[in-house]
Design a protein around this ligand. Structure first.
Ligand code: SF4
Length: 373
């Protein structure tokens, strides 16, 4: 009975993630006209009109007329352009717990948007229908950064999230929105796989408040086979974000046969503890069959709970399970006396004892996070 109630709460939470009514006319653009596009940042010109994009570790070299792996940037007459600036394809107002962020403004709403494109090819992509499509194959809005911020304020959101697809590939749009959001007292959050080069990352970080990074595996081979990317740049991103002092949470998706080896989960947690300390929250998320991995079963709940136990034994203070109904695995505990401080059901907060300074009655520790504006 209790379990069914939890499931109902999760479903209700999903439904509460309100789809913002798309008022503008959907627009398609078959042949990009550079006059209508934003020139990309971070690229260099090469011989014969070729360019090399320096935004992400793919470093695509593109001849005129070619698009990057991400499908979101094109060389037009020897200049690189973003094809998705001002063209969101998905907008929702989500509970912040859905990102998931558990130590950042709990219980608030976050205005969330995405464009087309992605610079990786995760075989289980949950958002493949926008991440792996050409921009002109999707209905999009025309929205300036100011309009995004205005809509977020109208929705009474506390923050704007760059999310769903990989926001790195719409870097210029994201950066302009983030700058305006800060001027309007909105927080900014990126949900990312962390596959971005160091220079663009460092220029973006001053305009972000929180970063959620998918830490997909501790093994380089798994990154190559499952994600079609490299591990090393992601580790660099995680360390840079942590050193910047911006709020950081990590997600590890536990995929049967790929990332559910508990010894590897232990190695991943040890890397986190050694490089970031024990206080960066880690979410162990359940895989659900999608995209190219429809043949796999969902992750057994038992595996997630065992993985969480191992991570806690290694010494991480805040380890959560995700995408399952697990009261214990979705509760924030005092790391010193294990008293429950925040209890969640799905995306809802049932109890929160932590004040804006990160203090809670009877817990001697200060709980790391951003607890108030
Ligand atoms: S952002 Fe796109 S075009 Fe640039 S290097 Fe990455 S995949 Fe290639």
């Amino acid at each position: 009975m209790k379990k069914n109630l939890g499931l109902l709460v999760i479903i209700f939470g999903v439904l509460l993630s309100v789809l913002v009514v798309i008022k503008q006319k959907a627009s398609f653009q078959k042949t990009p006209n550079p006059q209508d596009l934003k020139e990309a940042s971070f690229y260099e010109t090469l011989d014969n009109g070729n360019v090399r994009c320096q935004l992400c570790p793919n470093r695509c070299v593109l001849a005129p007329g070619q698009r990057g792996i991400c499908k979101a940037r094109e060389n037009i007459n020897g200049k690189l352009y973003s094809l998705v600036y001002g063209k969101p394809v998905s907008i929702n107002v989500d509970p912040i717990e859905k990102k998931p962020l558990y130590h950042f403004l709990p219980g608030t709403k976050i205005y969330s948007l995405a464009t087309a494109g992605c610079n990786l090819d995760c075989q289980y992509c949950q958002n493949w229908d926008i991440a792996h499509r050409q921009p002109e194959d999707l209905a999009s809005l025309d929205m300036t950064p100011q309009q995004v911020v205005d809509e977020a304020l109208k929705a009474k959101a506390e923050a704007v999230a760059f999310t769903y697809n990989e926001p790195t590939v719409w870097y210029e749009y994201m950066l302009d929105i983030a700058k305006l959001a800060k001027q309007n007292n909105l927080k900014t959050v990126i949900i990312t796989a962390g596959y971005i080069n160091q220079e663009p990352l460092k220029q973006l970080l001053p305009y972000l408040d929180a970063v959620k990074i998918d830490f997909k595996s501790i093994k380089a081979e798994t990154y190559q086979t499952l994600i079609k990317g490299n591990l090393e740049p992601v580790l660099e991103t995680i360390k840079t974000v942590h050193q910047s002092g911006k709020w950081l949470e990590l997600v590890h998706l536990v995929v049967p046969g790929f990332t559910d080896n508990l010894e590897e989960v232990a190695q991943l947690c040890t890397w986190i503890k050694d490089n970031l300390g024990p206080d960066v929250p880690l979410h162990l998320s359940r895989f659900w069959p999608k995209y190219k991995l429809l043949n796999l079963p969902p992750t057994p709940e038992k595996t997630l709970k065992e993985a969480r136990k191992i991570c806690l034994e290694i010494g991480l203070n805040y380890v959560y399970t995700g995408n399952i109904d697990d009261l214990e695995g979705s509760t924030t505990y005092c790391p010193q006396n294990r008293q429950p401080l925040i209890q969640r059901r799905g995306y809802f907060i049932e109890k929160n004892l932590i004040d804006q300074a990160g203090q809670a009655p009877n817990c001697p520790a200060q709980i790391p996070g951003v607890w108030g504006k």
